[in-house]
Write a protein that binds this ligand. Structure first.
Ligand SMILES: Cc1cc2nc3c(=O)[nH]c(=O)nc-3n(C[C@H](O)[C@H](O)[C@H](O)COP(=O)(O)OP(=O)(O)OC[C@H]3O[C@@H](n4cnc5c(N)ncnc54)[C@H](O)[C@@H]3O)c2cc1C
Length: 325
């Protein structure tokens, strides 16, 4: 029997997030012949996101546009999503495993009385059945899960599933769905952004992270220079955040953000299990630490034993030469 797969296309301030295309990529991995992939875009100013998505050949793009959806508010968003679900009658709903996706997915699962598989990093099909891989115990083990019956709700970890590519000449129909305008019990008055807003840490392809070894807020400066040069984002251990060297918005780990960049450079981070929980799935891990026994070297693909204040500027200089030539 053919399935309808609904992809929640996350956008921020009307701009499509990279994870939206990865979620669409996940839908394509799940879809069999005759299955229908549809996209849901909700927000207060979604014209740009919708027009970007037209090139991806979904069967339908459902749009819900309303001022209530300007800032993320679960009450408003869940009613927008339920309105689309009422129209699309999906067999599966897919979200990015982002702060918003992690919030919305269980609400949708409860509303649909559906099973949920979260934080998926790979999808294979075995005999036509979708098999979802997700990490356990801070990435020390992986489990493969399948759904026994539907509907399905899935969240996909950013930077793991290849993003869907545009399909040349693709056409798609757009269906505007009326926002049900529920009476909201709370509303967002203002959003105060704490991060620099340069590159989203959880979507960055390169992350340069500092730990207690950076020793001060100024100690992050060489890391920022390297990140700027490579087009990456700066992250931190909780040790660095607790010491007041940087904002908690940068914290990576069990109680911080989970990142899976292509390159993770840990500078002056010992490699505590709680930190590893947030970065051990990175494709290539480079550790810079002056203690050769630091546990971070056990998970690192490349280790540099030395003082980060010597090594990081050297790396920046060498990368600059390579990038300029
Ligand atoms: C419930 C719970 C949740 C937690 N959640 C998190 C979390 O989400 N994220 C997280 O990171 N931690 C978390 N922690 C804290 C974690 O256990 C560690 O305490 C923390 O990660 C240590 O940070 P650090 O590696 O920066 O500091 P340290 O362990 O002090 O390590 C500093 C490292 O820097 C090296 N160093 C010092 N100077 C230099 C230099 N000049 N050049 C090179 N290397 C140098 C040292 O050799 C050392 O290895 C949590 C702890 C608990 C109990």
């Amino acid at each position: 029997m053919s399935k309808t797969i609904l992809v929640y296309a996350e956008n921020r301030d009307g701009k499509l997030r990279q994870v939206a295309l990865e979620t669409l990529g996940a839908a394509r991995l799940i879809a069999g012949d005759g299955d229908s992939i549809r996209i849901l875009v909700a927000g207060s100013n979604i014209t740009e996101a919708v027009s970007a998505l037209k090139a991806y050949g979904a069967d339908t793009i459902y749009t819900v546009e309303h001022d209530d959806l300007e800032s993320y508010n679960p009450e408003a968003y869940i009613s927008a999503i339920e309105a689309v679900i009422g129209q699309a009658q999906p067999d599966a709903v897919l979200f990015g495993h982002t702060a918003i996706g992690r919030d919305l997915a269980p609400l949708v699962a409860a509303s649909l009385n559906a099973g949920q598989i979260s934080d998926v990093i790979a999808i294979e099909t075995e005999g036509g059945e979708a098999v979802f891989t997700r990490p356990l115990y801070a990435g020390k083990a992986f489990e493969k899960r399948v759904f026994q019956n539907g509907p399905w709700v899935v969240t996909v970890r950013p930077n793991n599933i290849p993003a869907a590519e545009a399909i040349e000449g693709a056409g798609t129909s757009i269906e505007d769905i009326a926002y049900p305008a529920p009476s909201l019990r709370s509303v967002v008055k203002d959003v105060v952004r704490k991060t620099t807003g340069k590159i989203d840490l959880s979507e960055a392809k390169i992350v340069i992270s500092g730990g207690r070894g950076v020793k001060s807020a100024e100690g992050f400066q060489p890391l920022e220079e390297l990140a700027d040069l490579l087009g990456g984002a700066v992250g931190a251990s909780r040790g660095a955040c607790d010491a007041g060297y940087c904002d908690y918005a940068l914290q990576i780990g069990q109680t911080g953000k989970v990142v899976t960049p292509e390159i993770y450079i840990a500078c002056g981070i010992s490699g505590a299990i709680q930190h590893l929980a947030g970065m051990s799935q990175s494709r290539v891990i480079i550790a810079i630490n002056k203690d050769p026994e630091a546990p971070i070297f056990k998970v690192a693909d490349y280790g540099i034993v030395g003082d980060l204040f010597d090594i990081v500027p050297l790396l920046t200089e060498e990368f600059r030469k390579v990038l300029v030539s």
